[in-house]
Write a protein that binds this ligand. Structure first.
Ligand SMILES: [Zn+2]
Length: 279
């Protein structure tokens, strides 16, 4: 039976792009100590080992959280340092972010991460310089190329299975490249791609369709990449004032996240990305 990845983006409720523009993190009350515990308890109960893409500032401020996650058999990977999308950074700034994130993770668990996920899936052909920086920093896989174009991010026509992206065109494969891209799950219907990997998409998609999407990629011999955020599991997550669209994307059906996870946990097997890709 193929093992899939149910990954966690370890960040706080004020980190997502639409919310970060409205909230000053210095004044926001962190909830990560509660939300990471809820996440670990759920994964434990469902006997799922996962990969946590951790925010570097959290790793720096709460090294015990990162240690605890690792101790329970999960993989620690990087989600950058400040949760800034690549499209707002220069290559130099990004290189500094990678280094700071690595230092924080290494300090916490004495290990170098090999996996990366860019905030807001911001890796595209416009920001593909990031792959060179990740390669140089010793990364072996990435999970930031969203294979459906959305208002905020995405790369049209990118592969729906793990592949080695070319630095010239990241939607194309180049077998001798170092970094493996493991794209978030999407399903193709009559030529139209529907993303179902996590977050907002996960919450609005019927459970049967998510299961169908996973089963379909598995039938083709590939693992599926899913994700969720600890703040999505918390009833206490603050709801801030946003435009109608942003409020919908950020908060619609938050309580469905846990139900979806439980529904797929009954049917599929999961493992940390490092083990799935045999790295
Ligand atoms: Zn994030």
């Amino acid at each position: 039976m193929i093992r899939n990845a149910l990954t966690v983006d370890l960040e706080d409720w004020f980190h997502p792009e639409y919310i970060a523009s409205e909230v000053n993190p210095e004044h926001a009350i962190p909830m990560i100590e509660q939300s990471y515990e809820k996440t670990l308890n759920l994964l434990n109960e469902l006997q799922i080992r996962s990969t946590f893409f951790v925010n570097g500032q959290i790793a720096e401020r709460y090294p015990y959280i990162i240690r605890e996650i690792e101790k329970q058999g999960h993989e620690i990977a990087s989600h950058g340092y400040t949760h800034t999308p690549l499209w707002r950074m220069s290559p130099e700034t990004f290189a500094k972010e990678v280094s700071k994130s690595n230092t924080a993770i290494k300090k916490a668990i004495s290990k170098h991460p090999i996996g990366f996920r860019a905030p807001s899936f911001s890796l595209s052909n416009k920001t593909s310089w990031a792959l060179k920086i990740l390669k140089k920093a010793g990364y072996l896989y990435d999970s930031s190329v969203f294979p459906v174009r959305t208002p905020l991010y995405g790369v049209k026509g990118a592969p729906l299975r793990p592949y080695r992206p070319s630095l010239v065109n990241i939607a194309e494969e180049q077998e001798d490249e170092q970094i493996i891209e493991f794209p978030p799950l999407a399903i193709s219907f009559l030529g139209i791609r529907v993303p179902t990997p996590g977050g907002f998409y996960f919450r609005i998609t019927p459970a049967s369709l998510v299961r169908h999407a996973i089963a379909k990629v598995n039938r083709h011999g590939y693992p599926a990449m899913l994700y969720f955020h600890p703040w999505e599991l918390m009833e206490e997550t603050p709801r801030i004032r946003l435009s109608l669209f942003r409020r919908f994307v950020s908060y619609v059906k938050l309580s469905r996240t846990e139900k979806q996870i439980r529904s797929i946990a009954r049917v599929f097997r999961f493992a940390p990305v490092r083990e799935i890709l045999e790295l």
